[in-house]
Design a protein around this ligand. Structure first.
Ligand SMILES: *[C@@H]1O[C@H](CO)[C@@H](O)[C@H](O)[C@H]1NC(C)=O
Ligand SMILES: *[C@@H]1O[C@H](CO)[C@@H](O)[C@H](O)[C@H]1NC(C)=O
Ligand SMILES: *[C@@H]1O[C@H](CO)[C@@H](O)[C@H](O)[C@H]1NC(C)=O
Ligand SMILES: *[C@@H]1O[C@H](CO)[C@@H](O)[C@H](O)[C@H]1NC(C)=O
Ligand SMILES: *[C@@H]1O[C@H](CO)[C@@H](O)[C@H](O)[C@H]1NC(C)=O
Ligand SMILES: *[C@@H]1O[C@H](CO)[C@@H](O)[C@H](O)[C@H]1NC(C)=O
Length: 347
């Protein structure tokens, strides 16, 4: 008799766990837990909605399901802490990753249609996906805020995650972010083409993806945005475009627009040092003729000139060599050194 009830209990437990874990997989996708450095944990792009104690992954998933804005959760099997976030593919932590799991929610649907899609997906069944952040803005899909979104620049491209700032109408294409895990930008052309890093931290979107976005005939300004511990400077360039890989991602860039109060100065289109029309160079595919990618320790649209470039945003935060250190040299020849830098597409 006792044997039977134990057996029944085991069967019951097995079925229960099976049903629940089936359920978890039908609603969530397991993603990665990354360690990106302690000042990289959160910002306006990854809003933490709630943190509470949960018994198990299933319990944590239940918390996420019952929160109207939750799209991702991280559960720590040791501390039992369950944290819910609004967006993002992967979870980040500054602690041990081994005890943690990360799941992001699939579309939330009722009998008729889907009532909540992962950011970037849209349509009754979340069957469509935006091409870039400006597309999402054009369709009025998002709250006017900053968030991580999925995009698919073109049909033949893959789905990517990016940072969209709907408040300032910008999308990040490069980020050297202080406090996040350092990332070497001395990379091959293949790496610059496909992208590298993690969009929440140090990151390069990828020239092929950028090319596909720019083919969609939405016009963007190319923005450089640098920050210091308590201020920022920036500059806009009009008519930004790049050509395909076959043409070495040649840049089109035009007319610098200084902000009256926060201008960083023109470093790219000065008549003597204009990068308009220059191909992209990397150490393994160098069109500069002056060994520029090696000297600047990163890829860029370098000039065919011993000067290489009047700016370096893909080098090192600090290097013994001035050329390799991040800097921006304006028309008066004044140098700006900075703390953080982003390249953005502004619509
Ligand atoms: C970039 O150039 C291509 C080819 O000339 C063109 O089809 C595309 O519309 C341009 N994109 C932008 C944003 O101007
Ligand atoms: C620049 O600063 C001046 C003086 O503080 C201010 O009057 C002006 O509105 C600012 N311009 C912009 C575009 O922010
Ligand atoms: C760079 O690579 C492209 C092919 O992807 C090739 O056509 C070009 O000649 C290369 N340029 C240099 C300078 O290596
Ligand atoms: C860049 O990386 C390549 C390959 O690892 C290496 O040979 C080269 O020395 C590096 N250049 C710099 C400036 O670090
Ligand atoms: C370009 O830069 C040089 C060197 O800093 C400067 O002398 C020149 O005036 C600049 N040209 C323009 C058009 O601003
Ligand atoms: C920029 O350089 C000029 C000439 O070297 C100098 O007179 C001026 O003070 C500098 N401006 C700033 C903001 O450093």
């Amino acid at each position: 008799m006792a044997d039977h009830s134990i057996l029944l209990l085991l069967i019951f437990e097995f079925l229960f766990c099976f049903v629940i874990s089936e359920n978890l997989e039908s609603k969530y996708i397991k993603t990665k837990v990354l360690t990106e450095g302690m000042f990289c944990l959160t910002d306006d792009f990854l809003r933490i909605l709630d943190e509470e104690t949960a018994y198990s992954i299933i319990d944590c998933a239940r918390f996420c399901s019952s929160n109207a804005d939750c799209r991702k959760f991280m559960f720590d099997k040791e501390t039992k802490l369950c944290s819910l976030t609004e967006s993002g593919e992967n979870c980040i932590t500054d602690e041990n990753v081994d005890n943690k799991v990360c799941f992001r929610q699939k579309s939330v649907c009722n009998e008729v249609n889907c009532i909540r899609c992962p950011f970037g997906y849209y349509g009754d069944q979340c069957q469509h996906i935006i091409q870039d952040c400006s597309h999402g803005s054009q369709l009025s899909l998002f709250p006017v805020r900053r968030l991580m979104s999925f995009i698919r620049p073109s049909q033949n491209d893959r789905i990517l995650e990016v940072k969209c700032d709907f408040e300032h109408s910008v999308m990040m294409i490069q980020y050297r972010r202080f406090g996040c895990q350092e990332l070497d930008f001395n990379r091959t052309m293949d790496e610059y083409a496909g992208g590298f890093g993690y969009p929440h931290g140090n990151y390069w979107l990828g020239l092929d993806h950028l090319y596909n976005i720019l083919q969609n005939s939405r016009q963007f300004k190319f923005v450089v945005f640098v920050t210091f511990p308590s201020s920022s400077l920036f500059g806009w360039y009009m008519d930004f475009n790049i050509s395909s890989r076959l043409d070495n991602y040649r840049i089109s860039i035009n007319s610098y627009w200084p902000d009256p109060n926060y201008s960083i100065g023109d470093s790219l289109t000065n008549a003597t040092f204009n990068i308009d029309g220059r191909p992209f160079s990397t150490y393994d595919n160098d069109s500069s003729n002056h060994n520029c990618p090696d000297r600047f320790k990163g890829g860029w649209w370098f000039l065919d000139d011993p000067v290489c470039s009047r700016a370096n945003v893909n080098g090192r935060r600090f290097d013994n060599n001035f050329e390799a250190t991040w800097h921006w040299l304006d028309n008066l020849g004044n140098r700006t050194f900075f703390y953080d830098v982003q390249l953005r597409l502004k619509w």
